[in-house]
Design a protein around this ligand. Sequence first.
Ligand SMILES: C[S@@+](CC[C@H](N)C(=O)[O-])C[C@H]1O[C@@H](n2cnc3c(N)ncnc32)[C@H](O)[C@@H]1O
Length: 325
Amino acid sequence: MDHLIHHQPVLVQEVLDFLAVEAGGTYIDGTVGEGGHAEAILGQAGPCGRLLGLDLDDGALATAKARLEEWQESALLMKHSYSHMDDAVSELGVEQVDAVLLDLGLSSLQLEGSGRGFSFRQDEPLDMRFDPLNGVTASEVVNTYPQDRLTSIIARYGEEPRARVIARAIVQGRPFSSSHQLAEVIASIVGRTRRVHPATRTFQALRMAVNSELDRLQAGIHSAIGLLKSGGRLVIISYHSLEDRIVKQAFVHEAKNCVCPPRAPACTCGHVATLGLLTRRPITPSMKEVQANPRSRSARLRAAERLPRQNSDPTCEEVVRKDRG
Ligand SMILES: C[S@@+](CC[C@H](N)C(=O)[O-])C[C@H]1O[C@@H](n2cnc3c(N)ncnc32)[C@H](O)[C@@H]1O
């Protein structure tokens, strides 16, 4: 494993600003990857700061460990999913943290040198698991799932309009053993008319299904909200519209005191807002950053702040009554 490949973290200054990193603070980087953002957070939090870095990928954790060597007293790295970061935080000896970062998607190491078929730029076995020791591989999905299940995976997670045709071609062309073999069959069916490679959406869909990415994202947002101090920050960077929509909808939902249908005569939901929105629209990288790091071009950052917990949070009915005067 080459620990020298260094992922270039995106929107670093924006991440530090929205996380409101301060000397001596306690932070969770739920997707520590190659440690790029973690290094910047620890640098700003100083020698008394602390960071819990989580990842499912042993290779990423090894690279982060090497990169963060200087911070070994302050950084604790664990193989753990961010979806249950509340289980991991006790290792830091704290119950609440100042801020949580999730930088979704793939690291450079995974794209370029994991040998797990995340990309079709290299010809690699079809694995696609972030954690190479657990779960179903992409190979099992493409080689064993029934056609209608493949169609719904490719349509839902890839937002691929030709999902049905691609799923049929996969079923007819199996077994598949490598990323090139799969990408070529898809290209032969869909044609190369688009700017992006015709297999891009299908590869994204398979990766998301294999790693249950959307379910983990939903769970991770709620786990983070439960751990943040009052005023604590949650920052999420996503790289495609499906992820960004989930983040946006979860933030908007958590920022509301009542989530009853708009025409409901009375509130019955009991929902109390937990977040204040810090970004109405997603923050995107500058042209300068995109030129320097083309992988940053699809990044969208959203941030929110934990609202104060109250001993007796008002009921939803009380809040609505107050809002309606
Ligand atoms: C874009 S990379 C993060 C890069 C990192 N911010 C940096 O600056 O080096 C995303 C990372 O999230 C990890 N990941 C994906 N799903 C995860 C999960 N459920 N829990 C923890 N880590 C996860 C991936 O293995 C990958 O290393």
